[in-house]
Design a binder for this molecule. Structure first.
Ligand SMILES: [Zn+2]
Length: 100
């Protein structure tokens, strides 16, 4: 248990947690990264934490994508999903997410 979540131990790097945001049907998946942080996957797009509750699309730098969300206490408060690109490809196997 970490911060009230039950994480499933996949291997030394990948852990995941899936939860539904209150008041919306967005599926939020946390994908830990080797650096010890995690990505948020919301509706197939991934976001990196910028600061505090502000998260920027993972393609912010590479695609100049301006999509962003605000995420606080497991709730997506505000969503701008104006992505300039298709969602990143992840494959999903036995609860694990891997970037293709
Ligand atoms: Zn984007």
């Amino acid at each position: 248990m970490i911060n009230g979540y039950t994480y499933s131990h996949m291997n030394s790097v990948y852990w995941y947690c899936s939860s539904k945001s209150q008041g919306s049907n967005l599926e939020i998946i946390k994908i830990p990264t080797p650096s010890g942080k995690f990505l948020l996957m919301v509706d197939g797009y991934t976001y990196n934490q910028n600061n505090g509750i502000h998260w920027l699309c993972s393609s912010f730098k590479t695609q100049k994508c301006r999509a962003r969300i605000r995420y606080f206490e497991d709730t997506v408060l505000k969503v701008n999903t104006d992505h300039t690109h298709p969602p990143p490809k992840y494959y999903h196997r036995r609860g694990m997410y891997f970037k293709v």
